[in-house]
Design a binder for this molecule. Structure first.
Ligand SMILES: [Zn+2]
Length: 131
């Protein structure tokens, strides 16, 4: 486990976890949190230049959408995500990389599109806006 091994931090007790599902499991058992109201921000503890991502969507499954966004950081270990916002017609988040300062909006857009194709999202994505 390197720098990115434990990026999910429990905001209630400070415990750290390598995967969001481990944190969610802990939050449910230890703090009685529900997935829906537990706002995970894996990127919070890292310094990075955030790039804003906005997906225009419909038919959102809210709890799964948050999970889907955070899974991005498991798929691309050099990326972190914060300020995840799930709305009925919008999924917004900031994404960046603490280790790659020269990561461009175009790089991020490429990865988001790739991720959308590889991991069926819990919504219909109509448009991807990055930057
Ligand atoms: Zn905790």
């Amino acid at each position: 486990m390197g720098l990115f091994g434990k990026k999910f931090k429990c905001e209630q007790c400070g415990g750290k976890f390598g995967k969001e599902e481990e944190l969610l499991e802990h939050a449910k058992k230890s703090h009685g949190a529900t997935v829906q109201d537990y706002n995970i921000e894996a990127g919070k503890q890292y310094k990075f230049k955030p790039v804003k991502v906005e997906l225009e969507v419909s038919d959102v499954k809210a709890t799964e959408a948050r999970y889907w966004v955070n899974e991005l950081t498991n798929q691309y270990a050099d990326l972190v995500v914060s300020n995840v916002e799930i709305k009925p017609d919008r999924v917004r988040f900031d994404v960046g990389s603490p280790s790659m300062e020269d990561l461009t909006s175009a790089d991020i857009k490429f990865r988001i599109n790739e991720y959308l194709h590889m991991n069926v999202p819990p919504f219909d994505c109509k448009q991807v806006r990055v930057g």
